[in-house]
Write a protein that binds this ligand. Structure first.
Ligand code: COA
Length: 167
């Protein structure tokens, strides 16, 4: 568990699958289909709940962000691709419910994750971001990530940019 002035970062609880479903449902239409609710309504709350219970990486690798004052869960933040002995540095990821955007929560949560990564001995982190995602690029900038200049262009979904930060 990680703690900041306003937030707790901790594992997801099964009852919070409804928050994960809300995050899925709110995603920008430019996000690729495999990360959006499909025409049949999948993933459902029940499926997301099952994934939390089973501790599948998609839901458990990233920490739920709980607001200390309100006690509600507003999104997630954490590291993807942490593997013992892996050559590749892990990737920072975050996503918040739209109703709490622009209050500094993603930056505050990420700073706690960066401190934790540093204390675990990681020397560098990666991040990938859609070129059109101004808010996320701004958060990465505030955290001290540098865009590498590399760009992977997808004709449908836009370009992905790569950023890194030395810890
Ligand atoms: C990216 C995201 C997590 C940011 O969360 P947040 O809690 O609102 O972030 P913060 O409040 O810490 O910072 C947001 C910054 O972006 C800026 N911003 C937001 N929308 C913007 C826009 N359209 N144009 C320019 N700047 C924008 C804010 O002004 C703020 O910068 P500031 O502190 O200099 O004013 C949130 O927008 C989100 O969940 N987006 C969808 C998921 C996502 O994109 N995840 C990241 C994938 S790489």
């Amino acid at each position: 568990m990680l703690e900041t002035e306003r937030l707790l970062l901790r594992p997801w609880r099964a009852g919070e699958a409804v928050v994960q479903r809300e995050l899925w449902a709110e995603r920008d239409p430019r996000v690729p289909p495999h990360r959006r609710i499909d025409a049949d309504g999948h993933p459902t709350v029940a499926e997301l709940e099952e994934a939390i219970r089973a501790g599948r990486p998609s839901s458990s690798g990233l920490l739920a962000i709980e607001r200390k004052a309100a006690g509600d869960v507003i999104g997630y933040c954490g590291l993807i691709g942490r593997r013992p002995g892996s050559e590749t540095e892990p990737e920072l990821a975050f996503e918040l419910l739209r109703r709490v955007w622009n209050r500094g929560y993603a930056t505050e949560a990420s700073m706690a994750v960066l401190d934790w990564a540093r204390s675990c001995g990681y020397g560098r982190l990666r991040a990938t971001v859609w070129e059109w995602n101004t808010a996320s690029r701004r958060v990465l900038g505030k955290l001290g990530f540098t865009e590498t200049g590399l760009k992977e262009v997808d004709p449908v979904h836009g370009a992905t940019l790569f950023a890194t930060k030395q810890l």
